[in-house]
Design a protein around this ligand. Structure first.
Ligand code: ADP
Length: 491
């Protein structure tokens, strides 16, 4: 796929954004439409009620004026009555004068031969109200009143008006509908443009996010500007999250690298003694016991390599335990005994290095709470390093002293020393200084030593001068000064 081809990620984002845009627009228009509709309906209802009241009032006025006029002229002839009906009628209002029995006497000219239904209107006349009645298949508003002359009802004046919307009303309604439609269309357009404008930074954000996904480059970041708006702060937050993810990824990568190296180193470390042991055995087989001196040498070699293997396996086990912070058996220990045991193992016999002790008398009665095997391992690790990194004819010294509530064991050598730049990382797992790499090793010893010493509530530190030698100082709390040690349970 070429970079210019739209990818599914990009298409999905574009689709997602246009979906948001459409939804937002539809929601806004929907809310506006409902609002407008409610406004129009209320207006129309109010207009309708006002017009209805106005029409009823006009009917009442026409009828009452006419009936009063007729009552004042009891003997009026047909044409006079008709003229009066015409005078009070309007193009929408029909007027009719009927006898008591409901026979039309005179009608306004605009109503032709229509006879208004007096019989249906009588209850409304009795109640003096306007009534809506349908006759001749048309809806009418009707109002009637008796013409009373000398206390006697002489007849009835009835006014009628066809109900339903007038032309002006219909025009008004049409204008309103068109107005609402035009307003909604314009609003929709405006809302669409506005939402587009608002979402544009988000589109840019999505665009750069999809570019990161396509490029699979963890170093790329989202585009953000200095402006302090929500989108920019969102982009900055996501960038911050990407930074921590990248850091975490880097850490996982480092751990993976370390593990790979660790496996390679462990296999190498295990293979070397095994190869030596196997070839010694092979030679012994070939030689078939004819040379006792050769046999003794070969067996010694096998023993040394077997011990090396055992040491390596013990360290790996300790590493696993200190990693898991597994509790270990503790007891009060005379530290001098442990130093003695480690000292006796000394430097390998094939090395010409002298080893001596100084000031250990100070530690004669010093008791610590701890595990003898673990503490011996720590001393062996540091002593082994001192021998390993000290050239022949060098010297290794074990110094002991009391420092208040702590004891200190210093293992000093006259070896290759350590660069100051390496010192802060020296106790990290697998870390090996450049000048030490000619010697075999895995960079595990010191990290194991630190793990064990910390579990004994102590510290281990180093002071060194490149080319002149190093001092490793182990400090442990004395038993009577340590409050926490005995609270640990024995396992
Ligand atoms: P290893 O000795 O197997 O490399 P360690 O964890 O015991 O691993 O030591 C880590 C590193 O510390 C060594 O690789 C070396 O660079 C440095 N180091 C430890 N002890 C000494 C010492 N006595 N003199 C010089 N460098 C030392």
């Amino acid at each position: 796929m070429t970079p210019t081809t739209p990818t599914p990620v990009k298409t999905r984002l574009a689709l997602w954004l246009s979906l948001i845009r459409t939804r937002l627009t539809l929601w806004l228009i929907g809310i506006l439409a409902v609002g407008m509709l409610a406004f129009v309906l209320t207006t129309l209802l109010a207009a309708h009620t006002i017009l209805q009241n106005l029409n009823e009032e006009r009917l009442r006025q026409s009828v009452s004026s006419l009936s009063e006029a007729l009552a004042q002229e009891p003997g009026a002839n047909f044409s006079l009555v008709r003229n009066q009906l015409d005078a009070f009628s309007t193009p929408e209002i029909y007027l009719q004068y009927q006898s008591q029995q409901g026979t039309p006497i005179a009608s306004s000219r605009n109503m032709g031969r229509l006879t208004l239904p007096l019989s249906q209107l009588r209850p409304a006349i009795a109640a003096d109200r306007v009534d809506a009645i349908t006759f001749e298949n048309r809806p009418f508003l009707l109002y009637g009143r008796g013409v009373i002359i000398r206390g006697q009802v002489q007849g009835y004046v009835i006014a009628a008006r066809i109900t339903g919307d007038s032309e002006e009303q219909i025009l008004l309604f049409r204008l309103m509908y068109i107005g609402v439609f035009v307003a909604l269309t314009l609003t929709a357009l405006l809302v669409w443009l506005l939402v587009r404008q608002v979402l544009r930074p988000l589109e840019r954000l999505a665009d750069s996010a999809s570019r990161i996904t396509i490029a699979s480059d963890h170093a790329l970041r989202l585009h953000s500007e200095e402006r302090p708006d929500e989108i920019n702060s969102l982009a900055q937050t996501i960038n911050g999250m990407l930074n921590s993810l990248e850091d975490a990824y880097q850490q996982v990568q480092n751990v993976n690298d370390l593990q790979r190296r660790f496996l390679a180193d462990v296999s190498h470390e295990l293979r070397t003694p095994l190869t030596i042991m196997l070839s010694s055995l092979e030679l012994m087989k070939k030689e078939q016991g004819s040379d006792p001196e050769f046999q003794a040498n070969a067996l010694e070699n096998i023993r040394i390599e077997a011990e090396r293997l055992a040491r390596l396996v013990t360290r790996l086990l300790m590493l696993a335990r200190t990693d898991a912070r597994a509790p270990f058996a503790r007891e009060p220990l005379l530290i001098i005994d442990i130093i003695g045991e480690a000292y006796r193992q000394g430097c390998p016999p094939n090395r010409n290095i002298s080893m001596e002790c100084q000031g250990l008398e100070a530690l004669e009665d010093a008791v610590v709470s701890g595990n003898a095997d673990y503490l011996k391992q720590v001393l062996l690790i540091v002593l082994e390093n001192a021998c390993k990194y000290t050239p022949d004819d060098g010297k290794v010294t074990i110094l002991g002293e009391m420092r208040g509530q702590h004891l200190a064991i210093t293992i000093a050598d006259t070896g290759i020393g350590i660069d100051q730049a390496d010192i802060p990382r020296l106790f990290e797992r697998f870390y090996r200084a450049k000048n030490a790499r000619s010697q075999p090793g895995m960079g595990l010893g010191l990290s194991i030593a630190r793990g064990i010493i910390e579990q004994h509530n102590g510290t281990i530190s180093v002071e060194s001068t490149l080319g002149r030698g190093s001092h490793f100082i182990i400090s442990l709390p004395l038993l009577n000064a340590e409050n926490v040690a005995f609270t640990d349970t024995l396992v």
